[in-house]
Design a protein around this ligand. Structure first.
Ligand SMILES: Nc1ncnc2c1ncn2[C@@H]1O[C@H](COP(=O)(O)OP(=O)(O)OP(=O)(O)O)[C@@H](O)[C@H]1O
Ligand SMILES: O=P(O)(O)OC[C@H]1O[C@](O)(CO)[C@@H](O)[C@@H]1O
Ligand SMILES: [Mg+2]
Length: 970
């Protein structure tokens, strides 16, 4: 094993191991010459160890005689010598030691002095570095590039490959004098299979597939999770992972500074980091054929077989073009002798894949791009803040948001913050139309008692004649025509700031894993894929088609064909826009439906509070008002109704601000109708003549709906359409893969875990066991584990097996050992409270500490009700709105089905499926919003005792979370 102890001023040494006396002597001679320029220290430590150092570098040569291993080294040297100078050495070695220098030229002379036969010098291919092979078969590289390895300043761990150990060497910058040739020392340990749980891989390096990832265009939160997942998945699959630094610029410039091999450890902790650690750029050269020609050459030189591009519509348009031009590019490279015949044959096809990363959410065929929901989160937080000051002064605010030519951010922020008016490029109006319309709506809201006005302007907002609409234009109209005290807030790059929300981390991670699968499964005939998400499902789409559709939107806008532009946006976008207009622009005096179609609709909250409950109530009520229905709130659940007749019609003014408020404004509890007194519940339903019911809540709400449906036979008052909007952080309601509140809760837990992990990382050898809520569902723990990169998670579905716990403790120990005393290796273990009744998080922490025997320790952390979340996340707010509107629509449409039986003209036939299905759960299943009749769900798809659905839709996610942290399963 490598030895790595600090010597002077925090400087460590790298240990190289010789397995014969002869190679030991040669190595000592080699390193003496290499370090000759500045030798200030060094000498023989013992018979079989020599430490050589100058003030910047230290290398210890160690002898551990072993004939077999020496033979391995001899073979390695032969192999390396057989590689032609035209090849990039980095694609042929498993490990290397790389030094940085500012003075490559004089070092080149030093290298020549070495007079060692296996040396190679800078070539046209690698002008910025030189390398040689030491007598022990280690590649010794020297580079003048700024960063020899990765973007990380802390160095990944060392490893042993082929019996040769290379240890880390770091130095304290202050300890190096300016005269020294070596100004920095970094190292590179190339190993693709040193992680304990990874399958032992014996494929020769040259035969392994190499997959590269790059990030391009504007940075977006979640890109780092995407890169991490791609790098680790690639390695997990036995391939080699590369990154292209600085987007297409890195491809155009090429070489080892820009196309680097990455190890498992290089992406440690990246999930919690904002921006993109591998850099991004907007690259003009790549728009030209010559730039793409260089890109092709550099990819081939680096030995990259497949490229995954994480970027926005522009980047993927570039990727698509690159792919379509590839045959002609490589032909030109061959004709000009820039690549060999062999290379031309091997790299015949460009295997390319897109994972869409952009805050703009402007790529067709995917519901969400990586970063969009994080940017939306920043926008909503900012507008929530602005609301407070606006309210204090009774002011209007014009808020400009990003999104380029796409109005998604503005639209979703408009819904999530219940803004008064929005400007988006997809739905422009003439100048006079928008001025009149905006003033009319704002004036109406003010007249109803609203003290604030929020107008959101997408940066790409235009009028129907394509002239831009600026925040200043809007400001002027609000001041001149309505006399409002108005301010402008331009959110700018804050929107791309900070760390990714849980959704983006998961989306980026799952898409990264799928992208690697896609490139490995693709054949020359397979169209290049784009990894998309539709509702809750990760899917592959043809990249060409997606790019074509995306371009078509821009073309339609340019041609002023806004109808077409809108129709080309996905259906969810259109649904959101219709909802926004119905809810926020409605004139309650002239509702949409005629009097005979207007209904009385009740809404009730049941179960524990969850993010988005208030948003659902607000949206349902305001949508009802726009349709002409009368919304009623049942306060404090079924017990409130049965005992105190707690029914009130909902008032628009009273609900101002509910959209973004946590908890439950109506009040909620876990009492079911039967527990409260179902007869009294029926009595009040009869008294108020409700035509429909919306229940928002978790498993008790599910049980409530079942009870009410069953009771229809006895109580005609329940013969009305009833819809359950699942809302619980446990996400355990059958009939949906997603409950409101999950996202808010997940973010609260994730943020807590990030903080705790930071603490663990700052302390050597520290793990935290975090207790997670979720009842008998491990959904929250699993998703949080995926989002924060927890070393292990224990969930009720699996329980805790002692062998697994033992294995996880052993793995923790190995990981801390690999850390070799360095910080940054803090570990998290997530435990659902109900994963084990016998062991609490505290017990597990104690067991780990005891087993670690002083080598490391663990502490328990219990976030408790923090997990119920504070302010609801934008995802929960906007989904609540979408589902609430769907619920009201369902109630409208189902009236006729129940009419006859309700009037008592006919007996209620409880066997009638159509009637039964009017009591329904409104959920998201796969890529669809779906209604599922409660009776079927309750009777066939539910584990009643466990309060869980029979099928766990997120099971696969566990395996992904495990493999991305290298967890070994017993
Ligand atoms: N038509 C094209 N042909 C070749 N390359 C392109 C093309 N369009 C874009 N690119 C490349 O992709 C890069 C990024 O594109 P762009 O600046 O449009 O950002 P994006 O990927 O759309 O991301 P975002 O919009 O989130 O910033 C460009 O700088 C350019 O190098
Ligand atoms: O960061 P830059 O290059 O100024 O670009 C800003 C643009 O990038 C984005 O943030 C992402 O495309 C757009 O919303 C915005 O128009
Ligand atoms: Mg773009």
């Amino acid at each position: 094993m490598a030895v790595n102890t600090p010597i002077v001023n925090g400087t460590s040494y790298a240990t190289v191991v010789a397995y014969s006396k002869d190679s030991y002597q040669k190595a000592v001679e080699f390193y003496s010459k290499l370090l000759e320029l500045n030798v200030s220290n060094g000498g023989i430590c013992s018979d079989n160890e020599t430490l050589l150092s100058n003030s910047a570098i230290a290398v210890k040569v160690s002898l551990q005689e072993n004939e077999n291993k020496q033979t391995e080294i001899d073979n390695q040297i032969k192999y390396l010598n057989s590689i032609s100078k035209t090849n990039d050495w980095r694609s042929h070695v498993n490990q290397s030691l790389v030094f940085n220098t500012t003075d490559l030229e004089s070092l080149q002379d030093a290298f020549k002095q070495l007079d060692y036969p296996n040396q190679a010098f800078p070539s046209d291919l690698l002008p910025m570095q030189l390398y040689t092979i030491d007598p022990l078969g280690n590649i010794i590289g020297v580079t003048s590039t700024k960063n020899a390895v990765s973007t990380k300043s802390n160095l990944p761990g060392s490893s042993t490959v082929s019996g040769t150990a290379v240890a880390t060497a770091t130095h304290t910058p202050g300890s190096v004098s300016k005269n020294h040739s070596f100004t920095d020392l970094s190292y590179l340990v190339k190993t693709s299979n040193n992680y304990p749980s990874l399958p032992k891989d014996t494929t020769p390096l040259a035969q392994k597939k190499s997959i590269a990832v790059m990030t391009s265009g504007g940075d977006a939160q979640g890109m780092n999770s995407n890169v991490r997942a791609i790098v680790r998945s690639t390695i997990f699959k036995g391939c080699r992972a590369f990154v292209v630094m600085e987007g297409y610029e890195g491809l155009v410039k090429g070489g080892p500074e820009y196309i680097k091999e990455f190890t498992w450890e290089d992406v440690r902790g990246w999930s919690a980091e904002g921006g993109t650690n591998i850099g991004t750029a907007r690259c003009l050269e790549f728009r030209q054929r010559e730039g793409r020609l260089l890109g092709a050459q550099h990819l081939i030189e680096a030995g990259v077989d497949a490229l995954i591009v994480c970027g926005g519509d522009g980047s993927l348009t570039g990727a698509d073009l690159f792919r379509s031009e590839w045959p002609s590019l490589i032909k030109e490279l061959l004709d000009n002798k820039r690549i060999t015949e062999e290379q031309h044959t091997r790299y015949q096809h460009l295997n390319i894949c897109g994972t869409v990363g952009s805050i703009d959410n402007d790529m067709s065929t995917t519901d969400a791009t990586i970063g969009a929901y994080s940017a939306l989160d920043r926008i909503c937080t900012a507008i929530d803040y602005v609301e407070a000051t606006a309210n204090s002064h009774s002011r209007a605010f014009v808020v400009e948001v990003m999104g380029r030519n796409c109005g998604w951010l503005a639209l979703l922020a408009g819904i999530a913050t219940s803004a008064d008016y929005i400007f988006i490029p997809e739905k422009p109006a003439t100048s006079s139309e928008w001025q009149d319309q905006m003033c009319d709506i704002v004036a109406k809201h003010r007249a109803r008692g609203k003290r604030t006005t929020i107008v959101i302007v997408a940066e790409g907002a235009i009028a129907a004649d394509l002239t831009p609409i600026s925040t200043a234009d809007v400001h002027k109209v609000l001041v001149d025509r309505l006399g409002l005290d108005t301010r402008i807030t331009t959110l700018g790059h804050v929107q791309r700031g900070g760390t990714a929300v849980a959704y983006d981390r998961m989306l980026a991670t799952l898409q990264g894993v799928e992208a690697v699968n896609a490139v490995l499964e693709s054949s020359p005939e397979t169209p290049s894929p784009l990894i998309a998400i539709n509702e809750n499902k990760i899917v592959r789409k043809p990249l060409v088609e997606s790019v074509k559709l995306t371009k078509a939107v821009a073309a339609a806008i340019q041609a002023k064909d806004f109808k077409k532009a809108m129709s080309l946006r996905d259906t969810e976008f259109i649904e959101h826009l219709n909802n926004f207009m119905a809810i926020n622009s409605a004139d309650h005096n002239t509702p949409k439906l005629s009097e005979d179609k207007r209904l009385k609709i009740a809404i009730v909250n049941v179960g524990a509070p969850a993010g988005g409950i208030n948003s659902a109530v607000y949206s349902m009520a305001t949508y009802c008002m726009s349709q002409g229905h009368k919304p009623y709130g049942i306060y404090n659940g079924w017990s409130g109704l049965a005992r105190h007749e707690s029914v009130r019609s909902l008032d628009w003014k009273e609900m101002i601000g509910w959209q973004s408020r946590g908890g439950s404004e109506l009040g909620t509890n876990r009492v079911t109708p039967e527990e409260a007194d179902i007869g009294m519940v029926a009595y009040y339903f009869q008294k108020y003549q409700f035509d429909g019911l919306i229940i928002v809540g978790g498993f008790e709400a599910f049980t409530s709906l079942h009870q009410l449906e069953k009771a229809r036979e006895s109580y005609p008052a329940f013969r009305i359409p009833m819809v359950l909007l699942p809302a619980t952080l446990s996400n355990n309601v059958p009939g949906t893969e997603y409950s409101l509140g999950c996202d808010t809760s997940l973010n609260a837990l994730m943020e807590y875990c990030d903080v705790v992990k930071q603490s663990a990382a700052s302390t050597r050898g520290r793990a935290f066991v975090v207790d997670c809520q979720g009842g008998n569902s491990g959904y929250l723990a699993t998703c949080a584990s995926l989002s924060v990169g927890a070393a292990a998670s224990y969930v009720p579905e699996e329980g805790i097996r002692l062998e697994q716990l033992q294995q996880d403790i052993t793995s923790l120990g190995e990981s801390f050992e690999r850390a070799e005393g360095r910080n940054g290796f803090g570990k998290l273990i997530l435990k659902s409270t109900n994963a084990s009744k016998a062991m609490s998080a505290e017990d597990i922490a104690k067991i780990i500490t005891a087993e670690a025997q002083g080598e490391f320790d663990a502490k328990a952390a219990v976030p408790g009700h923090i997990q119920q979340g504070g302010i609801p996340s934008p995802i929960d707010r906007t989904r609540a709105t979408r589902l609430a509107v769907r619920a009201v629509d369902f109630i409208e449409k189902s009236q006729s089905t129940l009419e006859v039986t309700r009037a008592g003209d006919e007996d209620y036939n409880s066997d009638n499926k159509e009637l039964a299905d009017t009591a329904t759960v409104l959920g998201i299943k796969g890529s669809h919003v779906a209604f599922s009749g409660i009776r079927k769900l309750y009777d066939f798809e539910t584990e009643i005792e466990k309060r869980m659905p029979k099928v766990i839709h997120w099971e696969q996610t566990r395996a992904i979370a495990d493999h991305l942290v290298g967890r070994k399963r017993v």
